[in-house]
Design a protein. Sequence first.
Length: 276
Amino acid sequence: MTARNFREYLAENRLPTIWCPGCGNGIVLKAIAGAFADLGLDRRKTAAVSGIGCWGWADDYLAVNAFHGTHGRALAFATGIKLANPELTVVVLMGDGDGATIGGNHLIHAARRNVDLTAVVVNNYNYGMTGGQYSGTTPRGSITSTSPLGHVEDPFDLCALTAAAGAPFVARGSVCGGENLRALIRRGLEHRGFSFVEAASVCPTHFGRRNGLRTAVEAFSWLRDHSLSRKRAAGLSEEELHGKQVLGVFADRQSEDYGTRYRKAAEALRGEGESS
Ligand SMILES: Cc1ncc(C[n+]2csc(CCOP(=O)(O)OP(=O)(O)O)c2C)c(N)n1
Ligand code: SF4
């Protein structure tokens, strides 16, 4: 494996992106291209599968095979793509609305099945593309276009959710630490089985603006001030951790992936057929 330059994995002819100035998406895009480069992935054997949303546009900017599916269904398409062509490295790009709200059921079942995919969910705490409605990860008390009085629900902790559903590799990084995010995505890609990497991010245009963060710099500062490492989080009470993003690796274990088990079962059946 030869490390390459991250630019080789960017479709530079499509830049600049359509994303708002100050959006966190660009940092995650660079982290993914960087992780591909670190592993020297063959672009013809790499596929990016996305759903719908601002982040769902990301596959357009990656110089690898791409499939742009429907909202909430990226993991279903990605599962089919990986099973049909196990040689592919498949990365699945979803927002928190896409991957964890409308697509929440696909997320927990992909984790449980342990399909060999790397899911990168950009969590910007709202539906960016459609005007900033609340999603399954919007923090309690936040103002969104559909919670003008302050959101009354508690959010999913996506890492706890996917780890509990059985994902063998689970991690959370942040757009305030692009290099760390790159390393987590690289580890996810290297891990055989379902890897879930959450990128805590910012949507200054909707979530930021409605919550008193007047500029992208203020939105990034908010995220930085509300994030802490697992080490620092250890020992803090639930109340102290309320509204905080805990960054780190939450699961890292080996478990035979779905495709391998499926192929073994099919081969065993074929063997029985030949001997009878
Ligand atoms: C089945 C379906 N329902 C709703 C929509 C409208 N829609 C498009 S993008 C989106 C939300 C995207 O939010 P998220 O996944 O968090 O991504 P972001 O835009 O924040 O990156 C919605 C509701 C759709 N395209 N298809
Ligand atoms: S609306 Fe939000 S998520 Fe979408 S591009 Fe703009 S800042 Fe990014």
